[in-house]
Design a protein around this ligand. Structure first.
Ligand SMILES: Cc1ncc(COP(=O)(O)O)c(C=O)c1O
Length: 361
């Protein structure tokens, strides 16, 4: 059976902990922005190519990057596609991690480049500057820094970002700063603080303000870099205008909704931690998480995470994700769960976790 079809058919009943999306209600003004844009029938026109008025500036303000150029995209994933096609060619190597968000690695291979995946499924569960240094060869072109990291939940301290940027600078590498989960970190540092000239920042509205289905994000780069990136723009007719209006409103109202999203997300991760502690042999490699997800290691229990994912979905309408989606090497050891869901949804997961594990043991 197709799990995605199953889950989407009954999407309102499903507890969505599988996509790191966010189903916690945010600000009603965001919904109003979508409805009023629809009622005005602004969708009759192709949107203004440089972005709905106010949106590019609001994103730059959010990051404190007034001098960067910005390109609005269909989610961060389109930004990643464009930059991977524009900057990589046959034989190039990109330093990345395992686990990681693997669709980005796939995009690199479309340019016939090779992701060099540093294994990080061990303390401190993130790339160390020494590992990056060892992985650099004369073919290395780029470093992919996902910070905070999907799926493990780690983030990088300022000195760690600095060390990785210095390595990139010394070797004249691009650094892709994928900040999809930035708002979940308590103290996030952009690579642009240390190495603006070859940093490309990937921005998303999918996780923090729960707009994954609107498909909107952005790419930011220094102006001389952006002009080469946009040659590979896959969508010269611009991005859904309702999504752009919603995104602008989300940024304008951020202080109304973000604290509540963070509060619920942190309560939920505490609840899950307590439930995991009651299961002999299961553990959380990373806690607390500075994203909206973490992984639960079940390797000692002899349970296949793919089977666990199926069981939770089909028996309980709770959707989590097997580690195999985010790691070729370590995937069989864990499953990933995201907790930007309403508290009663998290309670449903916590209730079924122990019994589901027992039944598969
Ligand atoms: C690290 C990372 N980058 C990019 C994306 C894509 O996000 P978007 O919905 O903005 O395309 C994801 C989605 O899960 C992600 O985890």
């Amino acid at each position: 059976m197709d799990e995605w079809k199953y889950a989407h058919e009954r999407w309102k009943d499903v507890v969505w902990m599988s996509q790191n999306t966010n189903t916690i209600p945010t600000d009603p003004a965001i919904i109003d922005a979508i409805i009023s844009a629809a009622k005005e029938r602004v969708y009759n026109l192709y949107p203004y190519k440089k972005g709905s008025f106010g949106l590019p500036e609001a994103i730059k303000d959010d990051l404190g990057l007034p001098d960067f150029d910005i390109h609005i995209t269909n989610g961060g994933i389109e930004a990643l596609y464009i930059l991977n096609r524009a900057l990589l060619s046959k034989g190039d190597e990109v330093i990345a991690t395992d686990p990681s968000f693997l669709p980005i690695h796939h995009q690199m291979t479309l340019s016939e480049a090779k992701p060099v995946e540093i294994g990080i499924y061990a303390d401190p569960y993130k790339m160390k500057a020494e590992q990056v240094n060892e992985a650099i060869t004369d073919k290395t072109k780029m470093i992919l820094l996902i910070d905070p990291l999907n799926p493990l939940g780690t983030d990088y301290r300022r000195n760690e970002v600095k060390a990785i940027c210095e390595m990139a600078k010394d070797n004249d590498l691009w650094i892709v700063d994928d900040i999809t989960y930035r708002d979940f970190s308590e103290d996030h540092t952009l690579t642009t603080d240390f190495y603006p000239e070859k940093s490309i920042v990937v921005y998303s509205f999918s996780k923090n303000c729960g707009m994954a289905g609107m498909r909107i994000g952005a790419m930011l780069a220094p102006p001389d870099v952006m002009k080469d990136l946009v040659k590979y723009d896959t969508n010269v007719l611009s991005v859904n205008v309702l999504a752009q209006r919603a995104a602008l409103t989300a940024l304008q109202t951020k202080e109304n909704w973000l604290p509540n999203v963070l509060r619920i997300s942190r309560n939920n991760q505490e609840k899950i931690k307590s439930a995991v502690e009651k299961i002999d042999g299961a553990f959380l490699p990373v806690f607390p998480s500075f994203t909206n997800m973490f992984v639960i290691d079940i390797s000692e229990l002899g349970i296949d995470p793919d089977k666990f994912e199926e069981k939770l979905l089909y028996d309980h309408d709770v959707f989590v994700r097997s580690g195999n989606y985010v790691s070729k090497r370590f995937g069989p050891k864990f499953f990933r769960v995201s907790f930007t869901v309403p508290e009663d949804h998290c309670d449903r997961f916590v209730e079924v976790l122990g019994p589901a594990i027992e039944s598969l043991r």
